[in-house]
Design a protein. Structure first.
Length: 281
């Protein structure tokens, strides 16, 4: 009985070993090619990619803020990273820097705006602009020529432009505050929703139908379905501007497509050589 048991075990181990061997890549096979996210690459991998012509970097900017009882605090961070990845993949010659998760959100003491709700983190405008400026200059130091700030939140769009202007005055590379990204997520997407019969009061400006739908489309885990009704009832007191009750991932995918397509087109246009300039495309 013991001998039978031992033979069965040996046979199982042999099969497992063969399965593992077959699953291994052949000797000398090239390793898997890294994706578009800079932080998932090794330094030599990024160096080689830049040398091969990838001289555009996207800096996704999120934020850590309340979005009612039904959307997680890191909504902007997840959306900015995922959407930047899709934009970079469509461009085919761009990398995505780590997400900027700490942004201006209003006065801390006394608390104002989103700072009145637990979990919101706010930093001063000057610190935020300096962070963006240093990030762009760091990337340019390694061979990047065009840096695009992709802001998922409306409150710091002007700060992005100021930081980009400072970088551009240095003359070493070009920085761009990509307004097309945020415009597509708001103005254009809102217009799409209105064409489908939704009203401004429902679409909202924060944690309403549009915001919730985008979040569902990017990652359903960003939204707590059981709390959507609470967000709908709570209104401004709950940190909600709009009504998320009828939000769906299907609606959100319309916004995702708008953001990606508009951003890709704007980036390609911004990289066109300036007349009588030596800037690379």
């Amino acid at each position: 009985m013991l001998h039978l048991h031992t033979s069965v075990v040996r046979r199982a181990l042999a099969i497992a070993g063969l399965t593992q061997l077959l699953a291994m890549p052949p000797a000398g096979a090239a390793p898997a090619s890294p994706g578009v996210y800079l932080e998932e690459m090794t330094s030599p991998e990024l160096r080689d990619r830049i040398a091969a012509g990838t001289t555009t970097a996207l800096v996704p900017i999120g934020g850590t803020e309340q979005s009612g009882p039904h959307i997680v605090l890191g909504k902007h961070n997840v959306r900015a990273r995922v959407l930047a990845g899709r934009i970079a993949a469509q461009l085919g010659d761009a990398v995505v820097a780590p997400v900027v998760a700490y942004v201006p959100e209003g006065a801390i003491a006394p608390p104002a705006a989103h700072m009145r709700f637990a979990g919101t983190i706010s930093i001063p405008d000057a610190a935020f602009e300096a962070l963006l400026e240093a990030t762009a200059k760091s990337l340019c130091q390694h061979g990047i020529r065009d840096v695009f700030f992709l802001g998922d939140h409306g409150g710091y769009q002007t700060n992005e432009a100021k930081a980009a202007a400072r970088v551009n005055r240095s003359g070493n590379c070009r920085a761009h505050a990509l307004g097309a990204y945020y415009d597509a997520a708001t103005t254009t997407f809102d217009a799409d929703l209105k064409q489908r019969g939704f009203k401004d009061a429902e679409i909202g400006t924060h944690a309403g139908l549009a915001d919730t739908a985008l979040s569902l489309a990017v990652d359903p885990a960003l939204v707590r379905p059981a709390q959507i009704a609470a967000g709908s009832r709570g209104g401004v007191r709950a940190g909600v501007h709009g009504d998320p009750a009828r939000a769906t991932a299907e609606l959100g995918r319309i916004g995702v497509e708008r953001i990606v397509d508009a951003s890709v087109a704007a980036i390609r246009a911004a990289r066109e050589p300036i007349p009588n300039s030596s800037h690379r495309k």
